[in-house]
Each structure stands twice: as structure tokens, then as C-alpha cells.
Design a protein around this ligand. Structure first.
Ligand SMILES: [Zn+2]
Length: 525
């Protein structure tokens, strides 16, 4: 999609031509009312000619974005604060001539997290060249490219120039409050609604719908404010993108400085990237027995645990995304073909543990969850999904749950599973773990992961075992591998020590970090 048809296709702006060619269908000024709205916005931003002459923009600033799109609060209550990822040294380079953009930033978690690199901060580099998204030498999926395209369009200059592309369509001019709206569809079939202020005609926001694994789809609302003149163009110093899922703040950016027509970094996609096929997701799940009637299903995503009862099957966790959970379900049915899969226990509501919820419900599974999550799951299942249909939206089924307040025992002749609410945990307030008393197995998600480098959750694992007074010989995790409990203890001590070391380094540098000092260190334990 050319942003500047003058350069790429060697023809000038199309407005006068449009006026002649489509005169019969248009008002006296030669423009449709919807297109006139965009022309007025261009005039407000500095004029069509000025915008047309722009070659590059660079925005430098800082901000924060939602972690897991708002799906990782400690509880599902609306009052629970979002977890955010801080973005510093944020730059977006915009190459209007070649239709390319690059985002670079340093990112770090603004909450306690188990990956040391994400507490220290690590670089982010994202490129988009036309419809090719890539990170360095790796081509990303078409879905990632479309997401980056929309984030690129969430800029008033880019949105207006794109709308005015002669191959874009602009339709349905209307009012909403004190804003004037029109719907834009680009040549590459990206569509968004543009809102401009009815007085100033400056763009106020754009709105678009994107696919979402957990939610089916998500409406993004990107607002622009604090316009300031820079080299003959009005540019916003504040960006605020909010989603329609509980008004989650997806991205907030504070601009330190705009650079107009400076040298920017906008490399073309390397030839090897451009010629590589778009990676398509594929999932491979395989079940390995833990004890008779219990399998750990591993593969291209987080684990799920298959439990075989006398006349049915139950999964513990539907993690990752819809495709991965489908692979898990298919593998469960392959391993035990003669019993129906009827239930899925979910450890906690976080989006990486519930990416397969919509698939599980579409498969008719009853969801076993801590009571506090039922409304949240119901809200997710009922969300209208119209632009990006999935199995559930095409064949809607209601959410069926077996809520657990504190304890539920699932048992028959073949298997006994105690499901307990987790206690004493700063990562989740409404979590469940499963204990198999006959086998000394504890099945858990996010209580411990051998791949974590740092552990901020103190004695939560031991506290849960002690509180329930249960015998545990082996840990069966959603993240990681089956380990003897002695090894789990050893690793937690090591990970906690790593967290303490990191906190000491931060303190020695006169800096601060969420989670420091470790909560347990107040008592010198
Ligand atoms: Zn979690």
C-alpha cells in the first residue's frame, strides 16, 4: 500500500482527477463528503501539499503497554490494576516514501516477573516493509504484519495520507458527539474508522478491529492529543490506545521529540526475508505417561495434563492459543480414543493459560475453575466476534462451569484428583492446583517453572503443600517438566537467591525495581 503514490507510482495526488472523473456522483466541490472530511483533516495538519512533501518522521519518547493485553491481573476483578511493560528509548521511524516503519525500544516489566532479562530490560526491534513484518532476519506471520500495519496507521499523518491514497475508499461520513467519522479501507484491505474534531478537523482517534486468541477479536481505539507544530506539520505529543476489553490501556506514549525529514533507519526487508514464505502456525502435541492414567502433553506450547477417569477424560489447562489447545485435545483423544473428553480444569485466568478457552468451550468441555474466574470467562465467551470468526463464534455454545471455591474432589474407581484453591500467592488470587493423593503428584501452573531464572514468590509452593497437608513426590507443571519435589525445592532456593542478587545489584546502583527487596527478606528467612 503506497503512502505516497507520487513517489511509488509516479502520479500526483488524485483529488483534481477525482473531481473530473467522478463528478456525476459527487457534490459540487468534486469530493465525496467522506473524502472531504479527510482532506479537511490534512489541511488541519498542515495542508495537503505539506503532508505530501513529507518523506520521513521519527518519534522519540517513552511509555508503557499492557502485559498480555490486560489478561494478567492478579484477579479478574475490574478493580484489579493492570500489569504493564515499560517502554523506554522508544523510537518509531516512519518512511513515507517506501512505506516502511521500524520500532525500537527497551522494555522491562513494571511488575515482578520470573524472566531476569525482562526485569533488567531488553531491546525490542520491529520492522515492517510494506506487508512484510520481520524481526532482524526472521519473517513473521501475515497476522503479525497486519497488526504492525494497524499500529503504523495509528498515527494521524500516516492515517490521513493512507486514507487519501487514490486506491483507498472512504465512506459513511457521520457524527459522533463532537467528532466527525468516516470509514477507511486501504488497498491492502486494512480498515479503520477515522475521527476528526468537528471544530479543528484535527484527527482525534482511529479505531480498528483485530483478531485475538483469547477474546476472538479486539477493538483498538488509538487517541491522539497535545498537537504541536513541528516544521509546518501539527503532530501529537501524546498517544493513548485503549481496547474494548475492560477499557484496557494497550499503549501509552509520551513524545519527547519529533524529527521531520531527518535521516532514519528504515531498511528494506532483506532479500532472504522477503522471499521467505509467511510462517504458518503448526502445532505438534505428544503425550508421555507420568503414571497410569496420567499423561503430560507437551510440544509447541505450554503443557497440558491428561487425566483418565473410568468413563471420561479431563484436561488440566487449555494454554497458549486456540490452535495449540486443539492439538492438545486431538492428542488426548488419540491417546484414549474410547472415552469422551468432557472437562478442562484451568489453573488460573491469565491469558497464556486460557488461550484455548474458546476452543475448549467450542469442543463442549465443562470448565473447572476457581469461582472468582467464572464471570470473566463468561464475558470472554459471550463477546461478539464478527470480523474474525472462529469455531465458537460460528457455533456459539454457552460457558458451562464447575466452580471450585476451596476444594473439589474428582474421583471414581480409576482416579482420585483433589482440586484446591491456591493460597499465599502474589501472582494469582483465584488459582487452582490439583493433587493426586494416590500418586503423590502435584499439578500446577505458575507456582514454579524450572526455566524461571528469578523467583519473587517466596515460600508459596511450600506454603500451599503445607496448608493442604498433602504428600508430594513429584511436580507436574504446565511450564517445564516433571521433577522430584526435592529438585523443585532446590531450584526455588536457587531462583530466589538469583532474585536477591539482582535486587542487591539494583540497590547498589541506587536504582529500584518491582519486587525488591524480596518480601520474605523482611523477616530474614
Ligand atoms: Zn500466570
Amino acid at each position: 500500500m503506497p503512502l505516497r503514490p507520487t513517489t511509488r507510482f509516479a502520479y500526483r495526488w488524485v483529488f483534481p482527477v477525482l473531481g473530473l472523473g467522478l463528478a456525476a456522483a459527487l457534490p459540487a466541490d468534486g469530493q465525496s463528503p467522506a473524502r472531504q472530511l479527510v482532506i479537511d483533516a490534512a489541511e488541519a495538519l498542515g495542508g495537503v501539499e505539506r503532508l505530501e512533501s513529507l518523506e520521513t518522521l521519527r518519534l522519540r519518547g517513552y511509555g508503557h503497554e499492557a502485559y498480555q493485553d490486560g489478561g494478567s491481573r492478579i484477579t479478574t476483578e475490574t478493580t484489579a490494576p493492570e500489569k504493564m511493560t515499560n517502554l523506554t528509548a522508544y523510537e518509531r521511524d516512519i518512511d513515507l516514501v517506501n512505506d516502511r516503519t521500524r520500532v525500537s525500544a527497551r522494555m522491562y516489566r513494571a511488575f515482578v516477573f520470573a524472566a531476569e532479562a525482562m526485569m533488567r530490560g531488553q531491546p525490542r526491534n520491529q520492522w515492517l516493509d510494506g506487508d512484510i513484518a520481520f524481526d532482524g532476519a526472521r519473517r513473521l506471520s501475515g497476522e503479525a504484519a497486519r497488526q504492525r500495519r494497524m499500529e503504523f496507521l495509528a498515527n494521524p499523518v500516516v492515517a490521513v495520507l493512507t486514507a487519501l491514497d487514490p486506491e483507498s475508499t472512504i465512506e459513511d461520513r457521520r457524527s459522533e458527539g463532537t467528532a466527525l467519522l468516516a470509514d477507511v479501507t486501504t488497498p491492502d484491505r486494512a480498515s479503520f474508522t477515522l475521527a476528526v474534531d468537528e471544530e479543528s478537523h484535527l484527527p482525534r482517534w482511529i479505531r480498528w478491529v483485530g483478531p485475538h486468541e483469547n477474546l476472538g477479536e479486539l477493538t483498538y481505539h488509538a487517541e491522539f492529543s497535545a498537537y504541536e507544530p513541528v516544521d509546518g506539520v501539527l503532530l501529537p505529543m501524546s498517544f493513548n490506545t485503549v481496547s474494548d476489553f475492560r477499557d484496557t490501556v494497550m499503549l501509552r506514549l509520551h513524545v519527547d521529540r519529533w524529527f521531520v525529514d531527518g535521516n532514519i533507519e528504515s531498511p528494506a526487508a532483506p532479500a532472504a526475508v522477503a522471499s521467505a514464505p509467511e510462517p504458518a502456525p503448526s502445532y505438534t502435541a505428544s503425550a508421555e505417561p507420568v503414571v497410569p492414567g496420567v499423561w503430560l502433553i507437551t510440544g509447541t506450547g505450554a503443557n497440558s495434563i491428561l487425566l483418565e477417569f473410568a468413563d471420561h477424560l479431563t484436561l488440566f489447562e487449555v494454554p497458549g492459543n486456540r490452535g495449540w489447545t486443539q492439538a492438545i485435545i486431538d492428542e488426548a483423544r488419540r491417546v484414549v480414543p474410547d472415552k469422551p473428553l468432557t472437562e478442562a480444569i484451568i489453573s488460573h485466568h491469565h491469558f497464556d493459560h486460557t488461550g484455548g478457552l474458546r476452543t475448549a468451550v467450542a469442543e463442549g468441555l465443562t470448565i473447572v475453575t476457581q469461582s472468582g474466574n467464572v464471570d470473566w470467562f463468561d464475558e470472554i465467551i459471550r463477546r461478539p466476534v464478527t470480523h474474525y470468526p472462529d469455531r465458537l463464534s460460528q457455533n456459539p455454545l454457552p460457558l458451562r462451569t464447575r466452580p471450585v471455591d476451596d476444594h473439589l474432589r474428582l474421583f471414581d474407581d480409576q482416579l482420585t484428583v483433589d482440586i484446591y484453591r491456591m493460597v499465599s500467592n502474589g501472582h494469582m488470587a483465584d488459582g487452582l492446583m490439583a493433587h493426586l493423593p494416590d500418586h503423590g503428584l502435584l499439578i500446577q501452573g505458575d507456582l514454579f517453572d524450572l526455566n524461571w531464572q528469578i523467583y519473587f514468590w517466596g515460600d508459596t509452593y511450600a506454603d500451599n503443600v503445607a496448608y493442604r497437608n498433602i504428600e508430594v513426590e513429584r511436580d507436574v507443571p504446565v511450564h517445564g517438566e516433571v521433577l522430584p519435589i526435592s529438585e523443585v525445592r532446590r531450584r526455588i532456593v536457587e531462583q530466589t537467591s538469583n532474585a536477591r542478587t539482582l535486587c542487591n545489584q539494583v540497590a547498589a546502583a541506587g536504582l529500584s525495581m518491582p519486587g525488591c527487596p524480596l518480601a520474605g527478606d523482611d523477616w530474614n528467612d
